[in-house]
Design a protein around this ligand. Structure first.
Ligand SMILES: [Zn+2]
Length: 656
């Protein structure tokens, strides 16, 4: 008597992607409940099985669903927001400010629906994600019916839904409790990256993953700079560093691994770490060519991922497979590297193994979950078909197949797409909602981009400081007599500093925008050695000046922020129309003269070469006593023996 299945697929080219790469043509697959019950030739399966639902595959390929091993799914809503930028400018300048403003449960749910719709259309049945509000992403994904490994990003900075890594860890613990027994969702622990975490938070992440025996998903060695910094700060490359923090002890998944050496590959292999290769992202961000063929040769489980849409810009796994193969070939200069069958394995069975769910999905084998897709190869871009080489079909899929060739998708025995119609997502509604969101983000960024100051505030850390100063600047031939005069009775030196100042002024077409000054102070000790460097960013607004003889009262609004990024970053972010560079050696004193405190700066301006200056500033000032202070400054200048009649160098003053 025949056994009864729920769905019986027949008249298919069945690619099992199992260890033997077994194919059946014509082949058939029986699905019972959520699992694959039988796989084989059409003749044997139809002889043994019957089903309520019989699917004539009409000669299409029936294969395991694709595994997207690394993405940030809600970022689909930020697709095309800002492109052709360096990673830091894009991330700190655009992505994070927008995320701070917009990312909410609502945002991630919509982004998940949009991303899942795209992925189902490209034959993806499982994806690995790292983002915020992951509980909402899980809920939405479960409703849609896709399989996923989901992890809340844990990083040492405040995020859209956590003020600290400890909060994110607590969130993750609850998240794991909520989802650990779900048939589709595998909760994971996701420290964002070693450089966005501390040793402690990495260790806590590893501990949590081990406690619940869930995978740990992180970014590893994506850029050369990351490795350079790690070597400088920790005296070791990234993989040994994370190993030291126990990050490889749980079932770990390392996204990228672009810049790792063979020793590190062995470490990952021994730890059974899965690697997620993201060729589009590595190419678009010019991160480099990951040494994937070597990893595959050593036996590492390497999956393929799209990464977030910001660095791709789509979630098309067919394109990703094709690029993975091509990048593999160019990275070794060898066209036999990463052949099509291996590449397709990376996107299916090996990808599932990389995510530590290889026992559940990734191949068409009895006992595995029924995650499968139908692909129509009978299209003009994929005709004709040759039968001589049995591996030809993998080349057809990897090199000539397109996402739009996927016609049907089944996950856990349930249909998500039939005849290219999505069954669990209202595509038209998602498109409309995404359009409305984009309008809001557009409006927000349009306003921000109009003002240099709001751009500064958007990257964080800026605080306003209104400064009123009465100051005089006098050019001097030699500062030594003034230095001597500072020790005369009548002056008390409260403190002294010696530093070299490197200033870059960025100016804009509209002078009302003010200017941005990037300042690096190199503090010098008594032996002439630089002890430390401080970088600051200042937005200098419009200045109101009142001139007294040789003295100027300045009243201006400044925004100060620590300059955490490089000058190159700020240049690319603010896009100034002109720049000026000023380098000077400064001796700075805080003194008391006639019961009032003054700053005395003795500057040697090296670039442009303007000579030496004495600058005197009152420490406090109010509208009321400005004139009095100005008089006292004149007295002090005379006391120091500088010639008060010497005029200011306008150019220099302008730049202050
Ligand atoms: Zn990523």
């Amino acid at each position: 008597m025949k056994q009864t299945a729920d769905i019986l697929f027949f008249n298919a080219i069945v690619l099992t992607m199992n260890k033997q790469l077994k194919q059946y043509e014509p082949g058939a697959v029986a699905v019972k409940d959520t699992k694959i019950a039988a796989v084989g030739t059409q003749e044997e399966i139809l002889a043994d099985w019957d089903a309520v639902e019989r699917v004539d595959c009409e000669g299409r390929v029936l294969m395991p669903g694709l595994i997207n091993a690394h993405t940030h799914i809600p970022m689909t809503l930020l697709r095309g927001l800002a492109d052709d930028l360096r990673l830091d400018v894009w991330l700190m300048g655009y992505c994070m400010p927008v995320e701070r403003k917009f990312v909410s449960p609502d945002f991630v749910r919509l982004g998940t629906r949009l991303g899942c719709a795209e992925m189902i259309r490209s034959g993806v049945t499982t994806y690995a994600d790292m983002y915020y509000f992951e509980d909402d992403i899980a809920d939405e994904t479960a409703k849609i019916g896709m399989r996923a490994l989901l992890g809340e990003s844990i990083l040492m900075f405040p995020s859209p839904d956590s003020d600290s890594p400890y909060e994110a860890l607590e969130y993750t613990r609850k998240f794991i409790e909520n989802w650990k027994d779900h048939p589709l969702i595998t909760p994971v622990v996701s420290p964002h990256a070693p450089y966005t975490n501390t040793e402690e938070t990495l260790q806590l992440c590893a501990k949590l993953a081990l406690e619940y025996d869930v995978p740990l998903h992180t970014h590893i060695a994506e850029t050369a700079i990351e490795v350079e910094n790690m070597r400088r700060e920790r005296e070791m490359p990234v993989v040994p560093y994370v190993k030291k923090q126990d990050v490889l002890k749980p079932k770990s998944i390392a996204a990228h691994c672009v810049h790792i050496d063979e020793g590190e590959m062995h470490t990952l292999l021994h730890a059974n770490t899965g690697v997620a290769h993201n060729p589009s992202s590595n190419l678009k961000l010019a991160s480099g060519l990951a040494p994937i063929p070597k990893m595959v040769e050593l036996g590492l489980n390497v999956g393929i991922g799209t990464d977030g849409t910001a660095s791709n810009n789509d979630l098309d796994m067919f394109e990703e497979m094709r690029l993975a193969a091509f990048v593999g070939k160019i990275s070794t200069n060898d066209p036999t590297s990463l052949p099509a069958d291996i590449t397709l394995l990376m996107a299916t069975r090996i990808g599932a193994q990389a995510l530590h769910i290889g026992e559940k999905t990734g191949s068409l084998e009895p006992g595995k979950q029924a995650d499968m897709i139908l692909v129509d190869l009978n299209r003009v871009h994929n005709a004709p078909r040759f039968h001589r080489d049995i591996k030809g079909i993998y080349a057809q899929i990897v090199y000539a197949g397109k996402a739009s060739d996927v016609t049907d998708v089944l996950v856990d025995g349930k249909w998500l797409m039939r005849d290219q119609q999505l069954l669990t997502i209202d595509e038209a509604a998602v498109l409309e909602e995404a359009r409305v969101y984009a309008e809001k983000v557009d409006a927000f960024l349009t306003v921000r981009e109009k003002s240099v100051l709001s751009k500064l505030i958007a990257i964080g850390g800026a605080s306003e400081e209104e400064s009123y100063e009465v100051q005089a600047k006098v050019s001097v031939d030699d500062i030594q007599p003034i230095l001597d005069a500072l020790h005369k009775p009548g002056i008390t030196i409260n403190y002294k500093r010696h530093y070299k100042e490197y200033d870059n002024y960025m100016m804009f077409e509209d002078p009302d925008q003010g200017s941005i000054r990037f300042r690096e102070d190199h503090f010098v000790d008594d032996n002439g050695q630089v002890t430390h460097v401080r970088s600051r960013l200042t937005h200098i607004g419009q200045t109101r000046e009142h001139h007294f003889p040789q003295k100027v009262i300045l009243n201006r609004s400044r925004y100060l922020a620590p300059a955490n990024q490089s000058l190159r970053f700020y240049r690319e972010y603010f896009k100034p129309t002109t720049e000026k560079e000023v380098n000077k050696v400064r001796l700075r004193f805080l003194i008391t003269f006639e019961k009032e405190e003054f700053y005395i700066n003795l500057d040697t301006v090296l670039k442009p070469s303007l000579g030496q200056f004495l600058e005197v500033k009152s420490r406090t000032w109010s509208n009321r006593d400005a004139e009095e202070k100005a008089k006292l400054i004149s007295k002090l200048i005379a006391f120091l023996g500088a010639a008060p009649e010497k005029t200011q160098v306008e150019d220099y003053v302008e730049m202050l």
